[in-house]
Design a protein around this ligand. Structure first.
Ligand SMILES: NC(=O)c1ccc[n+]([C@@H]2O[C@H](COP(=O)([O-])OP(=O)(O)OC[C@H]3O[C@@H](n4cnc5c(N)ncnc54)[C@H](O)[C@@H]3O)[C@@H](O)[C@H]2O)c1
Length: 403
């Protein structure tokens, strides 16, 4: 018999609403889950959105003060889907209050903030889950198995990319995402962590990087704080400065000797969310693109002798596919990956066995981002893990606190 677990959520923008839907759908897909989510209270700084928590989303209570969520005695686990500038404060407070946390990437504005969260989570001994859900796509889990079993040989080449157009319109509003005080890093924090986590999940640790970055659209229309969520355009009005990067890319060196590249852009006209990877081994290759979530391109050299990739479709037996669909060719969707993430979070709490991706994986990811940021400054190769804290401190000085 499932035990109830009190859930609190901080922020109800895109991700906060998605976490909420994931909790609501959890037992439909994972009926044996030992924990039954009870939506206790949610917070958003915008009162209308906070009220919506109770009116529409199914929470028993709402507030405009996130501290009420973290301190609520009936809340055992907190979803943190706030803008980056709140990650550290909310996550550290939640961990210190003994609450388990499901926290969105990048877990702070800068790697130094992620490390602080990691320390607090470790000291409190609470469970953590990070919004790195692309790793739960069934064909990605299948790709991981193929690579780990050595079926495509020694991995020699890796290309990871996240090419998006969500900021390609110069009239896209200057929201918190473009400010040092609000987001901190630009794409190095926003989407590069997805590519780095995926690479380390599939291939193993990245040990060296050489990176570059650029801001292609340097001004955007100003909007009042708290207006809107997500991405929207504004015609006319005053334009303010974009304070972080639109683009970053780098060469990477893996511990196992593989070499590769990583590229992230939010202003790339053409692809919408071209988030994926290409892996080449000595006996085969595979590739995946989020825009074709349920398809893996796979090439094995030891088969019939045919040359070329073939498409392998997500099917029962791959990852959690059969939790969502009964047969190959019936598509899973983006929101489903978040339900799978919710299951890993609550199962970790239920039996005390931490599932990935936890705070450990995002700390490891942000060490790579940290090295990329250093490399952007120095122009040379940087070793992962060599952080002196200097660039993080410089970043924090640039950010100047607050949003
Ligand atoms: N895992 C993923 O793939 C993924 C995708 C999108 C966003 N994210 C992450 O999720 C987080 C939120 O992104 P989003 O797209 O939902 O943003 P959003 O702009 O849609 O929503 C942010 C929400 O935070 C609220 N907010 C602002 N200040 C607050 C405060 N002091 N207290 C409570 N609420 C406050 C805003 O009113 C808004 O409702 C970011 O850290 C982002 O990096 C992750």
């Amino acid at each position: 018999m499932a035990r109830e677990i009190g859930i609190g959520t901080v922020s109800l923008g895109w991700m906060g609403q998605l976490h909420t839907r994931a909790y609501r759908r959890l037992l439909d897909h994972y009926p044996e889950c030992e924990l039954r989510p009870r939506l206790v209270i949610a917070a958003d700084a915008v009162e209308e959105r906070a009220r919506d928590a109770a009116d529409r989303l199914g929470y028993e209570g709402w507030t405009t003060d996130w501290r009420e969520v973290v301190e609520h005695p009936e809340v055992e686990a907190v979803s943190i889907a706030a803008p980056n500038y709140l990650h550290r404060e909310v996550a550290v407070a939640a961990a210190r209050a003994g609450k388990h946390i499901w926290l969105e990437k990048p877990c702070g504005r800068y790697p130094s903030e992620t490390y602080d969260i990691g320390k607090a989570v470790g000291e409190a001994g609470v469970m953590s889950m990070i919004g790195l859900m692309y790793r739960h796509a069934p064909v990605v889990e299948y790709a991981k198995e193929i690579i780990a079993a050595g079926e495509i040989g020694e991995i020699t080449h890796y290309r990871g990319y996240f090419l998006a157009d969500y900021a390609a319109d110069p009239n896209g509003a200057l929201t918190w995402r473009y400010k040092l005080g609000g987001a901190g890093l630009g794409v190095l924090g926003d989407i590069m962590p997805h590519s780095v986590d995926m690479a380390q999940n599939l291939i193993g640790p990245i040990v060296g990087v050489s990176a570059q970055r650029e801001t292609f659209i340097r001004t955007r229309p100003e909007v009042p704080e708290g207006m809107g969520t997500g991405h929207f355009t504004v015609e006319g009005g005053t334009r303010g400065t974009v304070e972080n990067e639109d683009y970053a890319s780098g060469l990477v060196r893996f511990e196992n000797g593989a070499r590769g590249t990583m590229e992230s852009s939010r202003t790339c006209v053409g692809p919408h969310v071209r988030n994926g990877f290409e892996v080449n081994g000595t006996r085969g290759a595979l590739s995946w693109d989020f825009q074709r979530l349920n398809e893996l391109e796979l090439y094995r050299t030891d088969g019939t002798g045919d040359r070329g990739y073939r498409t392998v479709y997500a099917a029962p037996g791959m990852g959690d596919f059969d939790r969502f669909q009964p047969g190959a060719g019936i598509s899973m969707g983006y929101d489903d990956l978040k339900v799978a993430e919710a299951e890993r979070f609550l199962s970790s709490i239920a039996d005390g066995r931490q599932r990935a991706a936890s705070i450990h994986e995002i700390v490891s990811t942000m060490r790579v981002v940290d090295a990329m940021e250093r490399s952007c400054e120095t122009g040379g190769w940087e070793r992962v893990g060599d952080s002196t804290g200097a660039t993080a401190a410089a970043g924090e000085r640039r950010a100047g606190g607050g949003a």
